[in-house]
Every structure is written in structure tokens, then in C-alpha cells.
Ligand binder design. Structure first.
Ligand code: ZN
Length: 113
């Protein structure tokens, strides 16, 4: 499963970062997940609980921060909202929009004890 390997990497990174900073427990993890990134939030939460088991993050809460899709319309020459990958510009209805946000999956921050 795509989400499982993602969450395994997330847990690995946060545990490593926490240890490097002398922390013994992780209290919370916040992720930025783009609305156009094709990852399922429920699957992420489920995989997170499985991946954190037995690690110093096994009681850490997970907060998912959804990032709205955005693109640069070449015809309008401005940033527009993007509902889907390769979607049309809401102003001119053309498809010359380059995605600039909404595709990310990254660790925003974490809290340790
Ligand atoms: Zn446009």
C-alpha cells in the first residue's frame, strides 16, 4: 500500500529527528498533505497507527493539514484555485494551468518530550 510506505518513512524521520535532539518521546506530528496528492487521509491515519507501533512515537497524535490545490494559469497570468490535477482554470476555462501547490506530503512540525 502506497500510504503504508509513506507513513513508515514519516515515522522513521520523526523518530530519527527526535533522537538527534535528545528527545525520548514524540507527542505529536503534523503533516501537510496536498488536496491533489492522491493520498487517502483515512488510509494515512490507519497506516500511521500501524507504523508508529513499538517506536518512541507510539502515543503521538497525528494532525493532517490539507493544502488546497493551486496553479499558475498561463493565459490569465495569475495564480488560480485548482480542483484537480490538470484541471481547467476557473477564470478562462482553459487547461494551460501549471500546478504550484496541492501536491505535497511533508512533515510540517513535531512536538517532543
Ligand atoms: Zn486562466
Amino acid at each position: 500500500m502506497h500510504e503504508m510506505s509513506l507513513m513508515e518513512s514519516v515515522i522513521e524521520i520523526v523518530c530519527q529527528t527526535a533522537r538527534q535532539n535528545g528527545a525520548t518521546r514524540i507527542k505529536s506530528v503534523r503533516l501537510d498533505v496536498g488536496a491533489l496528492s492522491h493520498v487517502d487521509t483515512y488510509a494515512l491515519l490507519f497506516c500511521y497507527e500501524a507504523a508508529r507501533y513499538g517506536t518512541i512515537a507510539d502515543a503521538a497524535t497525528l494532525e493532517i493539514n490539507r493544502i488546497a490545490g493551486e496553479g499558475w494559469c498561463l493565459d490569465c497570468g495569475k495564480t488560480v484555485a485548482l480542483e484537480e490535477r490538470f484541471g481547467a482554470c476557473p477564470n478562462c476555462k482553459r487547461h494551460r494551468v501549471q500546478m504550484t501547490a496541492g501536491d505535497e506530503l511533508k512533515i510540517r512540525d513535531m512536538e517532543v518530550i
